[in-house]
Each structure stands twice: as structure tokens, then as C-alpha cells.
Design a binder for this molecule. Structure first.
Ligand code: FES
Length: 163
């Protein structure tokens, strides 16, 4: 972590010294700031909030929302639960992974996309369901997902072109 990153962590932890009951909130704030939980940040959390490091790692590993690996600018979550699975999720998951040239849980080399799978997104009747950057997309198909990813990439290209 850079000095600036360490300062961001200090700011997040300010006022939470010894407040072990706020561990999850602090981890959420760090994840929001960095898009993942850097190890050094977890060490600061342990030290400042007076929570044993093993407990900080246990909580960080327990909740699916937390990640210890840096994520891409866009997070695509594909539901592979039974309802979505039987409606074709594996087919478009394979296609999107091939298109982005990554495996589930990985991030593209350019840092654009991370693709993760989950076992249910709580919207089974609308399956197959994917979530892109926090937005739910239901009744997904290979074509719709291709268009969604293409649309996200074109927005980036447009932004870069606008500069
Ligand atoms: S199985 Fe996909 S939303 Fe429940």
C-alpha cells in the first residue's frame, strides 16, 4: 500500500479505535474504498480496532461480499444456483469466460472485469440472473450478456475517446 492508501485506511478507522463491534462496517468501508481488502489494511484494522488478526481474516473470508484479491473495474456475478443452472446459466457463463479469457473468480489482464459465480441471488423466478456492478439483470441469455459486456466496454472506449 502507498502512503496515500495507508492514510485512507487511517481515515476510515478514525473514531473506531478499539471498537471491535464495528469490524464488519470498517471492512465494508475499506472494501468500498479499494474494491478489495488489502492485507496491510487488515493488519491496521487488527491493531487499531483491537481485534485479533486471525478474527479479522476469519470475517474477511467468511462473507462472500469481501475479497482479499483486487477486483476489476466491473464486477459481474453470475448465478449458478439450481434455478439459473437449469435455465442455461452454464452456457452463457462459459461463453463470457471465453470472451474475456478468464476463469471464474479471475480478473481480466486489463483490470476491466472480474467474473464471480454464486449459488443464488435470491431472484430464482427471474433466472437466469446476473449482477453487473450491483445492477440485477434477469432472464439472461448468451446474446443479452454479450451485449451487456460490449455495452460496458464501449462506454469505457467512449470515455477514453472523449479525453
Ligand atoms: S438460483 Fe439463481 S437466483 Fe436463485
Amino acid at each position: 500500500m502507498t502512503t496515500a492508501d495507508a492514510k485512507r485506511v487511517d481515515t476510515i478507522l478514525k473514531g473506531r479505535e478499539g471498537a471491535s463491534g464495528e469490524l464488519i462496517e470498517a471492512l465494508q468501508d475499506i472494501q468500498d474504498a479499494f474494491k478489495y481488502l488489502p492485507e496491510e489494511a487488515l493488519r491496521s484494522v487488527s491493531e487499531k480496532m483491537a481485534v485479533p488478526l486471525i478474527e479479522v481474516f476469519r470475517v474477511a473470508n467468511y462473507y462472500k461480499a469481501f475479497t482479499l484479491q483486487p477486483r476489476g473495474r466491473h464486477l459481474l456475478t453470475v448465478c449458478m444456483g439450481t434455478a439459473c443452472h437449469v435455465r442455461g446459466a452454464p452456457r452463457f457463463l462459459d461463453e463470457v469466460l471465453g470472451q474475456l479469457d478468464i476463469k471464474p473468480g479471475e480478473t481480466t489482464e486489463d483490470g476491466d472485469f472480474t467474473v464471480e459465480t454464486v449459488n443464488c441471488l435470491g431472484a430464482c423466478a427471474l433466472g437466469p440472473v446476473v449482477v453487473l456492478d450491483g445492477k440485477y439483470h434477469d432472464h439472461m441469455t448468451a446474446g443479452k450478456l454479450r451485449a451487456l459486456i460490449q455495452g460496458t466496454l464501449s462506454k469505457k472506449a467512449k470515455k477514453t475517446g472523449d479525453r
